[in-house]
Design a protein around this ligand. Structure first.
Ligand code: C2E
Ligand code: CA
Ligand code: CA
Length: 406
């Protein structure tokens, strides 16, 4: 059954040609790549003097035409059947969807290799008379791409090493109950203090960690930290606070995710209700699998927060199909709340929507008293932002809780 499905999705077509027939010509749009099943294929190009030169003769098992598929540029050479040939046709869709979902570093490196291939073919074609200026431009572009790829690779290896060497530190931003003005929990936000790069923004290193799957061990380590922080806060203040941790799409898609998280919580003295999982609206995927995951999380007792709601598709179907515990109103609706009527209407609607669907509402990015009062008067349950405190170290977070119980 599986095999059949696979075959239907990846329909491989065959093409049969006789000796001398053209498969494609230089300059054609490249929609297909080919694998030679039988016979031989000649790859050639024409010089400015109209002289055809053979670049290569390919045999059964060889693939050709894949360059144009990968980077979408026109064919840089022609292909003719040297004998009778049978080809397997590879469609653009098969290649494109794979490239689009590939790791960004891989994508860059692929482009670098492709550019190299193309400039080599170009040089062969124009022999001694190639256009220096156009080659210079290609070279510049090529060097820029290489530079970007190298930078990303460096950053990634710095991040891996930094993770091993404890350069990553969880910071804690208070979440305040707007009725009592007391801290009831914190959002855990990662910080990377690199000795060579300084303080690197999570906006940069989190996507990189995600694209390389480093986010999986990182997320597990962060949960360990969160659990021991809750235990320490309990010991020092006798308070049961919650921590809200951000879960990346890659983590949700990892099939061991929930199993590992449950086990860690079970091995601690922390209740699942004290670990809230913040999931971005855009990382939710449709389908059975996501639904089961959300249900399993809630069954175990992890409260789910839908983060940055309204900045993506604001897909109400998600709210209908998945049961969340909290809706987090994005800071873009809060930062100008006191001056902008539309923001006020949006906040009011989101708060109503949350309550109507049995969720609490939390607003992030509250920077002044006016914003806080408006949100409070609209019935928003929790607030977070510089007005209360920026994200702080664990030591400082404990101090903040202690000052409110004194
Ligand atoms: P986020 O989850 O939306 O986190 C809120 C961001 O708003 C944080 O930025 C926080 O420092 C910032 N912020 C808090 N209060 C205010 C305020 O009053 N005004 C303004 N202008 N900003 C405020 P940060 O720490 O730079 O984090 C950026 C993003 O990085 C986070 O956005 C989150 O998506 C991601 N991130 C951080 N730590 C983790 C992590 O451990 N795991 C995952 N998967 N993502 C993380
Ligand atoms: Ca968040
Ligand atoms: Ca957010």
């Amino acid at each position: 059954m599986m095999n059949q499905e696979y075959d239907i999705e990846n329909q491989f077509l065959n093409r049969t040609l006789t000796t001398g027939e053209c498969i494609f010509q230089e300059g054609d749009k490249g929609d297909f790549a080919y694998i030679i099943e039988q016979g031989e294929v000649e790859i050639s190009t024409v010089t400015p003097e109209n002289e055809r030169i053979i670049l290569n003769t390919l045999m059964p098992g060889d693939m050709f035409g894949e360059l144009a598929l990968v980077d979408g540029s026109p064919r840089s050479a022609s292909a003719y059947a040297k004998t009778n040939v049978v080809l397997t046709v590879v469609t653009g869709e098969q290649v494109k969807s794979r490239i689009e979902s590939a790791d960004p570093i891989l994508k860059l490196l692929l482009m670098v290799v492709m550019n190299y291939f193309r400039s080599e073919t170009g040089r062969l074609r124009s022999k001694s008379e190639f256009d220096i200026s156009s080659l210079d431009n290609t070279k510049k572009e090529y060097q820029e791409k290489i530079f970007q790829a190298i930078e990303l690779i460096r950053l990634e290896s710095d991040l891996r090493n930094g993770f091993k060497q404890n350069q990553l530190v969880p910071y804690y931003q208070p979440i305040v109950d707007l009725n009592t003005n007391l801290i009831v929990g914190f959002e855990v936000l990662l910080r990377w203090f690199s000795p060579t790069r300084g303080n690197v923004s999570p906006g940069i290193f989190i996507p990189l960690a995600e694209s390389t799957s480093l986010i999986i061990p990182m997320g597990e380590w962060l949960l360990d930290k969160a659990l021991s922080s809750i235990e320490l806060i309990k010991k020092e203040t006798n308070l049961d606070i919650f921590l809200s941790i951000n879960i990346a799409e890659k983590q949700i898609q990892n099939q061991d995710f929930l199993q590992v998280f449950k086990q860690k919580v079970n091995e601690s003295s922390v209740k699942p209700q004290q670990i809230k999982l913040e999931i971005l609206e855009r990382s939710l995927f449709e389908g059975e699998k996501a639904l089961t995951l959300v249900q399993d999380c809630r069954q175990f007792g992890f409260p789910l927060v839908i983060d940055d709601f309204g900045t993506g598709y604001a897909n109400l179907a998600y709210l209908k199909n998945f049961q969340f515990d909290t809706l987090k109103i994005d800071q873009c609706f809060v930062k100008d709340l006191e001056n902008n009527v539309k923001d006020k209407i949006i906040c009011k609607t989101l708060i109503h929507l949350s309550h109507g669907l049995n969720m609490t509402a939390v607003a992030e990015g509250i920077e002044n008293q006016e914003q806080c009062e408006i949100l409070s008067s609209l019935g928003c349950n929790y607030g977070q932002g510089y007005l209360f405190s920026p994200p702080v170290s664990f030591e400082r977070a404990i101090e903040l809780i202690k000052t409110q119980i004194e």
